[in-house]
Design a protein around this ligand. Structure first.
Ligand code: GDG
Length: 469
């Protein structure tokens, strides 16, 4: 085993470190995102460490401290990025786990890179964890880390949280390395999923592949040495820092910006809004199709309604993402070409990323929020919209295939594959009376406020803390 350096009682392991920088030599900045915000206070008070990739290929960075958190960089070569990250993580696991919306690619060299890189993350975590420390591993890029870590350090208490869906067995079983991945995950003491359905898909796969007993959110795992352990496998739906969105939305300059956005759009009666990473799981093309048909059928009028679609750039070197971008931009061009007038645009399409304040201003400017994902672990955008509506107004159209739909019962629920149903749902949202918007928004806001990301991380860490106590 490596000689251990400065030891941490809580270690977070995720593909990316929680910091970013524009280029080498520039200052590190905290990456935006709820996970960082939720875990920062516990890491600061427990003397915790965070193990992850600094975000650029072939970048060797020494361990450093940022905002009181010990950051432990794991270097990835350009080939690792291509095979482990863009390949196995984003072109094998991502499409497979999202119900094969796009066909997964299976390459043995990608799998080899996945094993190699997971081992590197496990060693980095083993190297910084104190005796008996808790280690919390995140997401589908690192599914083998729990088992590898247990082998290196049997004294650790290991948690794993899966941010994306876990598919039904009929789909999961396609994976040529299905046993190795399940075994990798079962190295953990607590395995968290977004939805109850994800946890049961997982336990069913475990029963089918290994015959282990599973009941009431637990699995009896027979380890390679013969010992039997009880592993918790259940749902811990993730959330957002709701108070932070609420606070931003109350700032006068953000509210002013929301008014300005509406004015810049020509003060339409209704602003429809979508914001997603440009990803085939998000159902952007289905949304555009439904909206295009509503325009064609004169159910909405381009002079009165505008759709703002932010598609933030994502995974631009993966072929399926390049094709999707072309398809979306062709569709937007056609719809605008067919329906724009000199003064009004049907769709304002923005292929950019925006600062969080601008996102909140957009949420406040939007009468109708469109979340039409074909499959989504949770979908934080839906929760951010709700948390930002301090005025109690707005309507949320929400796909039933998101984890968020299990919690946000007062949204307008849609099956995005049913284009007629989606069109009707959009019309219901556009026409929803103010009183009903308020009533629904009140219930939605209560849910998001009470189940925030802090509660999520405390719940998970509580269960992790109860292991072996
Ligand atoms: C994965 C799972 C699960 C997007 N564009 C901009 C921007 N964003 C922010 C949103 C939101 C986040 O990115 C996206 O989160 P989602 O949950 O909607 O989706 P994924 O990125 O696919 O996340 C998902 C999540 O992990 C957490 O477990 O919910 O199911 O797929 O926070 O606001 N933020 C800013 N500018 C942008 O242009 N500032």
């Amino acid at each position: 085993m490596n000689t251990r350096s400065a030891e941490a009682d809580l270690v977070v392991v995720s593909n990316r470190l929680p910091v970013d920088r524009a280029s080498e030599g520039e200052e590190w900045r905290r990456s935006p995102g709820g996970l960082v915000a939720a875990l920062e206070p516990v890491l600061q008070t427990t003397g915790g460490a965070w193990v992850g990739w600094p975000g650029q290929p072939d970048l060797e960075v020494e361990r450093f401290t940022f905002d009181g958190i010990d950051l432990v960089p794991v270097a990835l070569s350009a080939e690792d990025v291509e095979r482990f990250y863009e390949g196995f993580s984003n072109d094998t696991i991502w499409p497979l786990y999202h119900d094969v919306i796009s066909p997964p690619t299976y390459h043995r060299e990608w799998w080899d890179a996945y094993v190699r890189v997971n081992q590197r993350f496990a060693e980095a975590a083993a190297n910084v964890a104190a005796d008996g420390a808790r280690v919390w591993v995140h997401d589908y890029q690192l599914q083998l880390v729990p088992r590898m870590l247990r082998e290196l350090r049997p004294d650790l208490v290991i948690g794993y949280f899966h941010h994306i869906p876990f598919p039904a067995y009929g789909i999961y079983s396609q994976l040529p390395w299905r046993n190795q991945v399940l075994d990798g995950l079962l190295g953990a003491d607590v395995i968290g999923f977004q939805r109850v359905a994800d946890a049961s898909n997982f336990t069913r796969a475990v029963r089918r592949r290994f015959g282990f007993d599973t009941k009431a959110g637990t699995v009896r795992v027979a380890d390679p040495g013969g010992a039997v352990r009880t592993v918790i496998a259940k749902a811990y739906p993730i959330s957002i820092d709701a108070a932070a969105y609420d606070e931003i939305a109350r700032r006068p300059e953000v509210q002013e910006r929301a008014r300005e956005i509406r004015a810049e759009l020509g003060d339409p009666d209704t602003v429809l809004f979508g914001v997603d990473r440009l990803d085939y799981t998000k159902g952007i093309t289905h949304r555009l199709k439904a909206y295009g048909e509503l325009l064609a059928e004169h159910r909405v009028d381009v002079e009165k309604v505008t759709l703002v679609q932010v598609a933030s750039p994502s995974r631009e070197r993966v072929v399926a993402y390049m094709q999707l971008r072309d398809e979306i931009e062709l569709t937007v061009g056609r719809i605008n070409g067919d329906f724009d007038t000199v003064g009004h645009s049907a769709i304002r399409y923005l292929h950019h990323s925006y600062p969080r304040e601008e996102m909140v201003a957009l949420y406040l400017a939007a009468d109708v929020m469109l979340v039409t994902a074909l499959r989504d672990g949770m979908n934080l955008v839906a929760k951010e919209y709700v948390a930002s509506r301090v005025d109690g107004r707005g309507a949320l159209v929400l796909s039933e295939f998101t984890g968020a739909a299990d919690e946000l019962g007062q949204a307008i629920c849609v099956n995005p594959h049913d284009i007629e149903g989606l069109k009707d749902a959009i019309m219901t949202a556009i026409e929803m009376p103010a009183d009903e918007q308020r009533k629904r928004m009140r219930a939605l806001r209560r849910r998001v406020r009470e189940h925030d990301v802090d509660r999520w991380s405390r719940g998970f860490l509580h269960d992790l803390g109860s292991v072996r106590s």
